[in-house]
Write a protein of this length. Structure first.
Length: 370
């Protein structure tokens, strides 16, 4: 439904752009400079809409929750499905960044997430990075009042990853209990066809029980298996190791999208501090209002003209994502102002920068620094 509304908004916006193209063509007869600026702005808008809506984005489309574990268990999908940490402690992620993953000690650690994340879904995809040496453990457990095995993702000493849906288990043999980081993904389609992947390689494709998932309040958690709703845990089933970058979708991702999640994981934004180096300003996170007024987050690069305060947007570097922190930059479509609260200049220090957009262009002028 959200995607349908986005496409309706896109159609209306493209109609407006078509009208603007006509106006720009008329201007070109009398004013070449105005012709160039107006036409460039129209084309830039069309490129942004095309990337945002027309192409499916495996990092954002259908994303219900995203836990990058950037010092906490907050949901960075924008849906406010924040996790509650019980015992797990922050640790290094697979890139060596501190306080960016959670370690589970195998005793009684767990992270609870809102049951509404999966309750009622027929299609679902789960993506997670794990690291473990323990021969048995539970990654995710979903339960309701009458069925404690509504959804389970766990593994055994025989290197068997197991998916349980509505009490029906399917196992896949693979090698991942080695103390190294591995990407695990499970997709379930509307027809209840289930795929399991390890490091982007498909382990199995099976038909499993149909029907929407029924998860009760308090019945969805990472790190332990429920043998009654919200409890009755067995110590031997507890997860021991680390988890990071958990994503849950309300749709079945394709093979190619799983591949993209695995391949592009190292490129995902986990810090919003901008960087100015060699006339290039890299802005990892900037809040931009969309055509219906809601804020969306992008990364973008700008090029500085030497010995000037001019910065040109490189429209080809514009990419949408969902991560944000206290260094999130803000752009106002109404005023053309761009505020960057954190800009690192190597061998110097961090700055706050304010820029102003030149009307009808993708050019910004630096107006204040401190």
């Amino acid at each position: 439904a959200n995607r349908r509304q986005e496409l309706v908004s896109l159609a209306a916006s493209l109609q407006l752009d078509a009208e603007n193209v006509q106006k720009a063509a008329l201007i070109c007869f009398s004013d070449l400079e105005a012709c160039v600026s107006n036409t460039n702005q129209v084309l830039a808008n069309i490129v942004v809409y095309d990337r945002k809506i027309v192409e499916v984005n495996p990092f954002t489309d259908g994303l219900v929750v995203y836990y990058p574990f950037n010092t906490n268990a907050l949901d960075e999908s924008g849906n406010d499905n924040h996790g509650t940490v019980n015992g797990a402690t922050l640790t290094e992620d697979r890139f060596g960044k501190k306080n960016s993953a959670y370690n589970f000690d195998g005793d009684n650690d767990q992270i609870n997430i809102p049951y509404s994340t999966m309750n009622g879904l027929s299609e679902v995809s789960i993506s997670i990075w794990i690291k473990t040496n323990k021969n048995r453990g539970t990654i995710l457990s979903g339960a309701n009042n009458s069925n404690y095995n509504e959804y389970i993702l766990d593994y055994s000493s025989a290197q068997n990853l197991k998916v349980v849906i509505k009490d029906t288990p399917v196992k896949g043999n693979t090698q991942f209990i080695d103390g190294q980081w591995h990407h695990i993904a499970v997709t379930r389609s509307y027809s209840s066809n289930v795929n399991l992947y390890v490091d982007s390689q498909k382990i199995f494709n099976k038909d499993m029980p149909t029907g929407n998932f029924s998860i009760s309040q308090g019945g969805l958690l990472f790190g332990r298996e429920q043998d009654c709703l919200g409890g009755c845990f067995e110590h031997r089933q507890n997860f021991e190791g680390s988890m990071d970058d958990i994503r849950i979708y309300n749709r079945a991702l394709s093979d190619s999208e799983i591949q993209q999640l695995y391949n592009n994981a190292s490129n995902q934004t986990k810090n919003c501090k901008a960087k100015l180096l060699d006339q290039k300003l890299e802005i990892p996170c900037v809040s931009v209002p969309n055509v219906v007024g809601a804020a969306e987050i992008y990364s973008v690069e700008m090029t500085n003209t030497p010995f000037s305060k001019r910065f040109d947007v490189d429209i080809n570097t514009l990419k949408k994502h969902t991560f944000k922190d206290s260094c999130l930059a803000d752009y106002s479509l109404q005023t053309g102002s761009l505020n960057l609260p954190c800009v690192n200049v190597p061998n110097d220090r961090d700055y706050v920068m304010k820029m102003q957009q030149r009307a009808g262009t993708l050019v910004f002028d630096l107006i204040d620094t401190k």
